[in-house]
Design a protein around this ligand. Structure first.
Ligand code: 5GP
Ligand code: MN
Length: 334
């Protein structure tokens, strides 16, 4: 993988660009894709953003969301655009399998593939150019860096600043995690000078749900949460029947994994949701428990040290039983 700066000469002439990100894009995935899309459009390129799947309603306020293609719903149109692309930008993921049903299509494209990502263990051989940096708070920070390195900060208008800020907020836990280093706050200061109304973004991300979602959280915390004090671990396991009963939509479960972290002494929280095709795990930790290795070792996943995800093809009961066994083997939880 060549350094991303080597791509700048190519971007001097108009290119057909596709930007894609991981399945069920979150604020950082969608924010970085739409910020880059708006910037490259301003530079004269023809840009399409394709999401592998649908996304949460609380990113719909971002400028450009309505033009994003959903690969699961618009495969033919997306394939035609992908086949004509000169450049494919892959944002906020680092291995094609994270794009689900798009994975084979992306792997077989012959265009130039570019990675911008901050997750661990990138599949470097899949990309011609790129930057993979796990010290970065978010892919949005990296898109800001990219625009800065091109000497184009002046092109960051309010809609672009809103998309970038959303990813910074989302991936740093509202500037709480260690990843919110001084440089992140410096970016926020710069975005503010460019007209960003930060309060509006917090409302867009966190005060944008329906009543049923709050009732669902109450139900889940009361009935679906188990605490294993011996292992300083909390588990929430959600059966499909709960999702149906409360009419839960994509994005409604975002943030749920954070609630048990408020219990004194908890070092790790796991959330598993019975999705149609798989059981989807989320892991969060404080301190020395490595969620990335845990997710990779036991649940076909990965991510960051303190936040990772995974999956299982087993039933909910079976994957929960496995979780309860494997936490006993983790010395850093005791
Ligand atoms: P979340 O729990 O919010 O879905 O994901 C937490 C972090 O882990 C995110 O950075 C996400 O990209 C990553 N992640 C989530 N699920 C998976 C997975 O199945 N595989 C890998 N490699 N990373 C994941
Ligand atoms: Mn991210």
């Amino acid at each position: 993988m060549n350094p991303i700066s080597a791509l700048f000469p190519k971007l001097q002439t108009p290119q057909k660009v596709v930007i894609t990100t991981h399945q069920k894009p979150d604020a950082d995935a969608m924010g970085s894709s739409l910020a880059l899309s708006q910037y490259l459009t301003k530079k004269g390129h023809e840009v399409t953003v394709i999401s592998p799947t649908n996304w949460a309603g609380w990113v719909n306020w971002m400028q450009g969301t309505m033009d994003v293609l959903n690969y699961e719903k618009q495969q033919e149109k997306s394939d035609a655009i992908l086949e004509k692309a000169d450049l494919l930008f892959c944002l906020d993921f680092n291995a094609f399998h994270r794009t689900k049903s798009m994975a084979d299509k992306l792997a077989n494209l012959t265009c130039i593939k570019v990675l911008i990502d901050h997750h661990q263990e990138p599949d470097n051989s899949s990309f011609h150019f790129g930057i993979s940096d796990t010290t970065k708070s978010s892919t949005c920070e990296m898109v800001y860096d990219f625009i800065k390195a091109a000497g184009d900060l002046v092109l960051i208008d309010v809609p672009i600043s809103e998309c970038i800020y959303a990813g910074l907020v989302g991936d740093t836990g509202s500037f709480r995690f260690a990843s919110a280093h001084a440089g992140v706050h410096a970016i926020v200061a710069d975005l503010k000078t460019r007209g960003l109304d930060h309060g509006k973004i917090h409302e867009g991300l966190y005060d944008n749900f329906l009543e049923n979602r709050l009732r669902f959280i109450g139900h889940v915390l009361l009935h679906r949460m188990e605490i294993f004090y011996e292992y300083n671990t909390a588990l929430i396991a959600i059966p499909k029947s709960d999702l149906l009963k409360f009419q839960i939509k994509t994005g409604d479960t975002e943030g749920l994994v954070n609630y048990p972290q408020s219990i004194q002494g908890i070092k790790m929280v796991a959330l598993v949701i019975d999705r149609d095709e798989e059981r989807k795990w989320s892991f969060r930790s404080k301190g020395s428990f490595d969620c990335n290795t845990f997710a990779r070792t036991y649940f076909e996943g990965g991510g960051h040290f303190n936040a990772a995800g995974g999956r299982s093809g087993d039933s909910l009961d079976k994957t929960v039983a496995r979780f309860k066994e494997v936490i006993k083997t983790q010395p850093s939880l005791i």
